[in-house]
Write a new protein. Structure first.
Length: 225
């Protein structure tokens, strides 16, 4: 869920994008940006971002003019990957089995669903036993990474572009790809011109795919065998 954002954030980013190319004061540029049509805002931000050849070509500081706060309920494994991002504010609640778990498709396809559910049930039982011993923080260590945890991520639009584009690549895990694709959709509903600049965001939702370098190495190994 997108729990906090600036309704005028897109206009503020447009004004900030114009600032370095203008001699007008910040407040005047904001007034101009607020009067722009959606197409005009799209044109300004497209020109500001320029031709991006890959996702490492990031926009300038204007995208730091607005931010988004997301409340997320996702599996703990996905959280640990997203937790690695540092140019944002991230906080989480205590990990417990209370929010349920996410079963990977590969587990069901392998016919291991019953074993998976048994292991998770044992994880939950151990957690509850440790918690009953009045050691709630220790109990979290017994919780499988498949269980969900609630956390928030608060970031500016520049960092949102980096996180969303990086974490929706096909070789990424489906759990965090879904989270970041939802982030992009929520931004697009409020700030479509900003969302449109995230051109390297991927909508792929299948299983993780090895990077081309890994596939090429595998082909070489197979050819030499």
């Amino acid at each position: 869920m997108l729990t906090d954002f600036d309704p005028d954030g897109e206009a503020k980013v447009v004004a900030a994008a114009l600032y370095a190319a203008s001699s007008r004061p910040d407040a005047e540029l904001l007034e101009i940006a607020c009067r722009m049509t959606p197409d005009e805002r799209n044109a300004v931000l497209a020109a500001y971002v320029g031709k991006r050849l890959n996702r490492r070509h990031r926009p300038g500081r204007a995208f730091e003019r607005t931010s988004y706060r997301f409340d997320v309920l996702g599996d703990y494994g996905a959280f640990r990957d997203l937790q690695r991002h540092r140019l944002l504010t991230l906080e989480w609640q205590r990990l417990t089995p209370r929010h349920g778990a996410v079963m990977p498709e590969a587990i069901a396809d392998a016919g291991a669903g019953d074993d998976w559910r048994r292991v998770l049930a044992e994880s939950a039982e151990l957690h509850d036993a440790i918690e009953a011993a009045e050691l709630p923080e220790v109990a979290s260590y017994a919780v499988s990474m498949a269980y969900r945890v609630r956390f928030y991520m608060d970031m500016n639009a520049r960092e949102a572009m980096h996180v969303i584009e990086l974490r929706t690549t096909p070789q990424g895990h489906p759990s965090y790809r879904r989270i970041c694709q939802a982030m992009h959709r929520l931004i697009a509903e409020r700030h479509p011109a900003i969302a449109a600049t995230m051109t390297f965001r991927r909508s792929f939702l299948g299983r993780p795919r090895a990077p081309e370098a890994e596939r090429a190495a595998e082909r070489r190994r197979s050819g030499s065998a």
